[in-house]
Design a binder for this molecule. Structure first.
Ligand SMILES: Nc1nc2c(ncn2[C@@H]2O[C@H](COP(=O)(O)OP(=O)(O)OP(=O)(O)O)[C@@H](O)[C@H]2O)c(=O)[nH]1
Ligand SMILES: [Mg+2]
Length: 445
């Protein structure tokens, strides 16, 4: 399905960020390219896409994440903000004396929206009137009459007249004292010259303050070309996105806005006259990008492992600067993040040594070691070699353990260090560690 392809592609790009083992220049560039491709495929204006992706890349590569936010979340936040920026601010129709003309293809929701908009403006104390300029669909006049009746708003129309312009002229005359006149026009199955000619003529006659494009949210890819054609014909001042109550995420709206430069004013969220909501760009992009899914994805990634700490430890291991303090940090992390085995596999000193059935005992032992390390001085943590017999006794006393426990910990540290040394001299194993980090990063992977 072509529909919603843009939203899907953007969601995929974000997932790539969420699933990446590490956020670096390469992944940022790759994702920026993905987004660029997705937007170009959605017929979004090339200049706009280039500008947006340039700014996106620059920000993602140079801006530092605020405290408490991972680089992964930060990049996702920037992507999200840049897309919101394209949509721009929303615009509400001002409650004042004016003429509003609704245009759009067949069945997009023009007539229904004329009623919804009337109701909103009526509530603000304005005198409304409707003109039925749809001369193509026989039932169009009745449909608008019914809406008018419900709202107690006068409707002008003439089901026998075939020329929309004549209806418009007569209607405008009749409603010259009303505050807001809303003009409903006819649609077509597709963009046709006859439609363009008709709405151009109507627009010239009506001199409407607002020329609103009514568009079904499920429209997807055709949104761009369609919006462009209507914009060229009557110079669109705003977009109303209908049927947002369905499953559609309205990805096409991006194209429409990009094409016309006109803001989205409202969204239709149902068939009833009160189902019109102010457009909220932030909420809209969240739903289009599936931020809910994304959020849980990010949370899952964090659950598996505190990635930054793991990476830092791995880097220290590789540079041979693995202190007791690092081992301590690693343990703290293990304690906090659960599935011990999964994480333990990443630590060369533990890999293989910690068997599945020993797992619980190991966890106990880790707890004890942590207590022991708490009794060590900073210097001892940085340089465990400095811990001689007398210090071992002091530490064991301080931690309420035995000298044997302390020695066991030191032995474990030495083993880890040795293992790391051997491991670092082994390219194949080093690559495997990196791979493992990636694997452990992906939930269930
Ligand atoms: N669920 C839902 N249905 C809507 C919404 N807006 C319009 N519709 C329905 O979409 C159908 C077409 O709406 P109309 O208002 O007749 O569309 P139109 O653009 O005037 O159509 P033509 O006059 O035939 O070109 C109707 O069944 C409406 O009830 C909306 O926001 N949500
Ligand atoms: Mg209609």
């Amino acid at each position: 399905m072509v529909l919603e392809k843009l939203g899907q592609s953007l969601r995929d790009a974000l997932k790539k960020v969420a699933n990446a083992s590490h956020i670096d220049q390469a992944i940022v560039k790759e994702v920026v390219k993905d987004i660029q491709r997705a937007m170009l495929q959605a017929d979004i204006n090339v200049k706009l896409v280039v500008e947006m992706t340039k700014s996106l890349e620059k920000r993602a590569l140079t801006e530092k994440p605020p405290a408490g936010m991972s680089s992964r979340e930060h990049v996702i936040k920037i992507i999200y903000e840049e897309i919101v920026k394209i949509l721009g601010a929303s615009k509400e129709i001002q409650p004042k004396r004016q003429r509003i003309m609704l245009v759009g293809l067949y069945g997009q929701g023009k007539t229904t929206t004329a009623g919804k908009l009337s109701k909103q403006l009526q509530k603000k104390g304005l005198k409304l009137a409707l003109i039925a300029c749809d001369v193509h669909r026989p039932a169009a006049y009745d449909q608008l009459m019914q809406i008018g009746k419900k709202l107690n708003i006068p409707v002008y129309g003439d089901p026998t007249e075939k020329k929309a312009i004549k209806i418009l002229k007569a209607g405008l005359k009749q409603f010259k004292d009303d505050d807001v006149v809303i003009i409903d026009t006819s649609g077509r199955h597709s963009l046709e010259d006859s439609l363009i000619k008709e709405i151009k003529e109507l627009s010239q006659e009506a001199q409407a303050d607002e020329r609103l494009l009514v568009m079904d949210a499920t429209i997807g890819q055709q949104a761009g070309p369609q919006a462009k054609a209507f914009h060229e014909a009557v110079s669109i001042t705003g977009v109303i996105l209908t049927k947002m109550d369905g499953s559609a995420k309205g990805g096409g709206a991006l194209s429409a806005v990009a094409e016309t430069g006109a803001p989205i004013c409202y969204i239709g969220v149902g068939e009833h006259l009160e189902d019109l909501e102010k457009f909220d760009p932030t909420r809209f992009v969240s739903s289009m990008l599936g931020m809910g899914d994304l959020q849980s994805l990010l949370e899952k990634a964090q659950e598996v492992m505190d990635e930054d700490t793991a990476e830092e430890t791995a880097r220290k291991m590789m540079s041979g600067k693995f202190s007791l303090r690092d081992m301590y940090q690693q343990m703290e992390m293990l304690d906090g993040v659960g599935p011990l085995q999964k994480v333990a596999q990443m630590i060369p000193g533990f890999a293989g040594k910690v068997s599945e059935k020993d797992m619980e005992a190991s966890q106990e032992r880790l707890k004890k070691w942590k207590v022991i390390m708490d009794s060590m001085t900073e210097g001892e943590l940085d340089d465990p070699k400095s811990i001689k017999s007398s210090r071992v006794i002091r530490i064991s006393r301080g931690s309420g353990t035995t000298p044997k426990d302390v020695r066991e910990l030191l032995k474990q540290y030495n083993n880890s260090k040795k293992a790391i040394k051997g491991f670092m001299g082994n390219r194949k194993m080093r690559r495997q560690l990196m791979k493992q980090m990636k694997m452990d990063e992906a939930p269930g992977g």
